[in-house]
Design a protein around this ligand. Sequence first.
Ligand SMILES: Cc1cc2nc3c(=O)[nH]c(=O)nc-3n(C[C@H](O)[C@H](O)[C@H](O)COP(=O)(O)OP(=O)(O)OC[C@H]3O[C@@H](n4cnc5c(N)ncnc54)[C@H](O)[C@@H]3O)c2cc1C
Length: 325
Amino acid sequence: MTKTMEWVVVGAGPAGIAAVGKLLDAGIHPQAILWLDPHFKVGDFGTAWAHVGSNTPVEYFLKFYQHAKAFAYTHVNRPPFMIDKIDPGKNCPLIIAAQPLHWITTQLRNRVSSLTDTVLHLSRANPQHWGLTLASGQVIYTKKVLLTIGGEAKTLNFNDIPTIPLKTALHLEKLTATIQPDDRVIVFGASQSAKNVMENLLQLNTQHPLLFYRSERSLERHFKTELLAKFTQLPITPRHLLNYMPNCTKIIYAIGFERRHIPIKGLADHYDYDPNTGEIAPGIFGLGMAFPEILPYELGQAEYRVTAIWPFMKRLQKLLPGWLN
Ligand SMILES: Cc1cc2nc3c(=O)[nH]c(=O)nc-3n(C[C@H](O)[C@H](O)[C@H](O)COP(=O)(O)OP(=O)(O)OC[C@H]3O[C@@H](n4cnc5c(N)ncnc54)[C@H](O)[C@@H]3O)c2cc1C
């Protein structure tokens, strides 16, 4: 079976939801849009991180839901959601923030074409169209493609020590099932996720969990002093690694994310994107965690990747007019 579309949006996490909503708001005909995802469960936001507390306040989720007319979130007859009752200045578990996004996904899927499928690769079909080959064997032809495929947690190469996946470490019940009483766990990272993992390990009374960090600034930004007082944290240095790794029985990496990959024929394996325009190749664009906005740190020493969902919407608002032309 073959199909020809105007736009194909790949991925149904928050960035894909934003994209479909804003394409409809821009007047693209619903049946000219095809939306692809193997699950349609609000991406990692709605699944892997659902049990984590948010690091942004509720008001930013509300702004996201209200920003696209096509979401119909402000309609009087939409169902009530738990988030409606939470103070907009407070944070909430992501499972609560994801509830309206599941509903919005259904609203959008009722309008646009959608397929529960995975894109295997892209190639130029002719000067006007890209071809997307799907896991089911279908090939879809389209003028424009928007990749919103998210990322996977990065790891390092201490291959002889068992690793607890970040998704497990951030889920208290799943983590409980993975840790033995005599485990000596080392966490790598100084991110918000590293903080959540550490809190889980402390709650489980894990023996002397240790944290290796690279950026003291990030540590100060994400960890309160009272929390830092409860465990040992050390900068990653060869000496510290030599001293502590031999006793370590389990590792958890909370060191950021790397983009999921869809090969594009004609581009290098590790193709990049223009961070100013989101363009990957003519007619192929990227948005969301995989293709974020990049800002310099205030002190200029490193880049800062913007990966919260409200900024995806703002970025889309800015870039979409260029993509439509
Ligand atoms: C611990 C933690 C806490 C967070 N807290 C917050 C918060 O409080 N506030 C906030 O705004 N953000 C928060 N975030 C960030 C937020 O979760 C991510 O920015 C968001 O999930 C990324 O959305 P996305 O749509 O880019 O990617 P994802 O949510 O990963 O969705 C990508 C989708 O693409 C699909 N896909 C991938 N490859 C293919 C393919 N080949 N074919 C078809 N489909 C494909 C996947 O199935 C998935 O559904 C948090 C993140 C973490 C890790």
